[in-house]
Design a protein around this ligand. Sequence first.
Ligand code: GAL
Ligand code: CA
Length: 353
Amino acid sequence: MNEAIRSSSSRSCPKRWLALLLALLLALSAGCGEGKAEEEKTLRLGLALYDQQDTFISSLGREVEQLAQEETRRITVRIVDGQGNQSTQNDQIDQMIQSGYDVLFVNLVDRTVAASIIDRAREAGIPVVFFNRQPVGEDMRRWERVYYVGLEAAQSGRLQAEIVKEAWDRGEADRNGDGKLQYVLLEGEPGHQDALLRSEHSVKHLEELGIPTQKLSSAAANWSRSQGQQQMEGWLDRFGGEIELILANNDDMALGALDACRDRGLEELPLAVGVDATGEALAAMAQGTLTGTVLNDGAGMARSMMDLALALDRGEDPAQTMELEEGHYIWLSYRKVTEKDVEDYLRQQEEEG
Ligand code: GAL
Ligand code: CA
């Protein structure tokens, strides 16, 4: 009996092991399958920012994160900060390509070097959505799965001129009464499409609107509030109260210039116009220091970027559902913000939290 039991148990042993092994294999493969299915459900987005210190860009990053959280499907967003250094950004992008991110959102440090990034992404089959810092057209055509989301910079310059025209018509601009508008121009980063085109078209459109202008000086202040302030300090030394308008390629530089005026204790501030409609700019408008700004639609950009990523991930051609120019470009519009509508914008911003 004992013998029989022993023998039967010893006979059943290989079978049991086999069954166990089989069960284990099944469990393992089921586990793997589950893991894979889960992975497929998560859309992994890599978001490379040229410099997270930049006010407009860091808020755009937050918009993308927020949209990802609001989507019904699981989306993770990894944000990397290029800190204004292209080789740092290249390393960050390479790393995301190697880790197999599904879509890359790229805000280039140097917008002339998109080609190598596009080629590496193409090899890995990862679509790239550039935004805000526009690659040259030749690079954009290197691969069909390359996109750009942005706004027409020339339009923002023209809208700045319209804001100035309203003040001119109210008789607020020509302080010395010589029939000309004396202005200083604070420019963004040299070579940036928004700096070049805003500078050109704001001034051109002032003339088109019938305002004779006199440029006192211009300088690049690289989108930065402190650099805007420094430039303005120098100009106040040189021109003092002669400055009737501060024309700035963005809000931070306009606010920096106004900081300089405040520090000098200037009684009458020059007109000042920026672009972006940052929270601080809207607050300055409500206080009556900043004359006006132009809304740079970061929320709209984030929405378009997300829609592109979702379409690409579903394997669709985005051109079927979205308005794509030349198969690659999504263009959004700027909007003017003047004292008439600043309260609405402030309320809207508060509601969005
Ligand atoms: C511009 C914006 C600037 C700065 C720049 C960065 O569109 O007006 O404030 O953020 O982009 O590329
Ligand atoms: Ca004048």
